[in-house]
Design a protein around this ligand. Structure first.
Ligand code: NAD
Length: 396
């Protein structure tokens, strides 16, 4: 069939297999042009099919030559409905990994469940023996708690008082005002249960008890801080409370792993267009302004550049640079004073009338469509495509 983007707001319900493949190839090519890093050998990536997790899997494979197991929650094609982008990304990732003789197996299932944890441990035991790096990169709207069975939902809301902000409709290039009502205590609790650190701790405990963690193993999860204008909706909102919880989990996991010479970190990353971040009120406008300023100064990065820098200039140095809270910082360029001063000034004056001139809304929108494999050069979008592609190694 001929595949066109079918989108509503920040959701696109179709994905293009060749476009997703091209986007993965571009990320691989970027990594192959960089210096290789003496990094991990056997890597587990939880949340491996899109965004920061996919970039982590690509850097592990194509920069360090590592074997990878990827866990994700994606849908294959069904009748005339395309697969999700993460499915097609993984088809291409596995094809390319095979080409360079790197082991890659994938498990499609609910990472929050005990069954998937057991499946992964079995696979590690059978195929790799032990793993030395665990990347926890889940972004999920819900979680079924594996012990209580409760279905928990994450919400992106301010805490304590309403949040009013400018927002952009990046399809129509209009700027308007949005007010988001504060979360209830219950919403705060559930968001922390979904996006906080409990499941990461459960993974690390299960991997340790299963005997599949190598001595000296490292684990890392990703966080965000951002500027003051987004604090009410992000860092001081429901998601920020969940991220504080994730950061406390890093400390607990670190103490446990340290007994085996291992380490746990949270790495604070740059704001980027991913399926998870487009849903945060106000963030698309902030990012459109940020990208404009960072591109002008030649320091804009995407997920792949961020994760390459994480491996090459942080994680595998003999001394890992950390902030005063023990976190790795890859948001250093985003948070540079000159960048933030310019972004704040643009934020103050941005309106529908000037948004096309003073922001990178076009770049933002292109990034959004690229997430689903649309708008990539070299892809013939008017051609019939087979949407039913298999991930060679898939279980689940
Ligand atoms: P994303 O939406 O691109 O990726 C989410 C991944 O989680 C996908 O692989 C998806 O399949 C997987 N997933 C979701 N639910 C699952 C489940 N139940 N079981 C198994 N897999 C599941 O998101 P992202 O933006 O790359 O986010 C990854 C992490 O990075 C998050 O912790 C996020 O907060 C953090 N982060 C993101 C940004 C940003 O701007 N995008 C910035 C800093 C930190």
């Amino acid at each position: 069939m001929i595949i066109k983007p079918k989108f509503k707001g920040f959701i696109c319900t179709t994905a293009h297999p060749k476009g997703c493949a091209r986007s993965v190839q571009e990320q691989i090519s970027y990594v192959q042009m960089q210096k290789s890093v003496k990094g991990p050998k056997n890597v587990l990536v939880i949340g491996a099919s899109t965004g920061y997790g996919l970039a982590s899997r690509i850097v592990s494979t194509f920069c360090c030559g590592a074997s990878t197991i990827g866990v994700f929650f994606e849908k294959p094609a069904n009748a005339n409905k395309t697969a999700t982008a993460g499915w097609y990304n993984t088809v291409e990732f596995e094809r390319a990994a095979k080409e360079v003789n790197c082991y890659a197996k994938s498990i499609n299932g609910d990472a929050f469940s005990t069954a998937v944890k057991e499946q992964v441990i079995e696979l590690i035991k059978n195929d790799l023996g032990q793993i030395d790096l665990v990347i926890y990169s889940l972004a999920s709207p819900r979680r079924i708690h594996p012990i209580t069975g409760e279905t928990l939902a994450s919400s992106i809301k301010p805490v304590g008082k309403p949040f009013s902000s400018k927002m952009i409709d990046f399809h129509k290039e209009t700027v308007s005002e949005i007010t988001v009502e504060p979360a209830t205590d219950e919403e705060v609790r559930q968001t922390a249960d979904v996006m906080g650190g409990e499941d990461w701790e459960m993974w690390m405990e299960a991997l340790r008890d299963g005997g599949v963690l190598a001595a000296g193993a490292t684990t890392i999860s990703y966080s965000y801080i951002g500027p003051k204008i987004t604090y009410p909706i992000y860092r001081e909102g429901t998601i920020g409370i969940a991220k504080n919880d994730l950061e406390s989990s890093a400390k607990k996991i670190h103490t446990e792993l340290n007994k085996l010479g291992g380490k746990a970190f949270v790495s604070v990353q740059k704001a980027l267009v991913t399926q998870a971040s487009t849903a945060i009120p106000g963030m698309p406008l902030y990012m459109s302004l940020l990208f404009k300023v960072m591109k002008e100064k030649g320091i804009h990065e995407n997920c792949i550049e961020q994760i390459y820098r994480l491996f090459a200039e942080r994680l595998y140095l003999s001394t890992i640079p950390l902030d005063d809270k023990g976190r790795i910082r890859l948001d250093d360029w985003e948070m540079r004073a000159d960048i933030q001063t310019e972004v704040s000034a643009l934020w103050e004056k941005v309106l529908t009338e000037n948004v096309a001139d003073i922001s990178d809304v076009v770049g933002y929108r292109n990034d959004f469509f690229r997430l689903f494999g649309f708008g990539l050069t070299g892809v013939e979008y008017d051609k019939e495509e087979d949407i039913h592609l298999d991930i060679p190694s898939i279980t689940g």
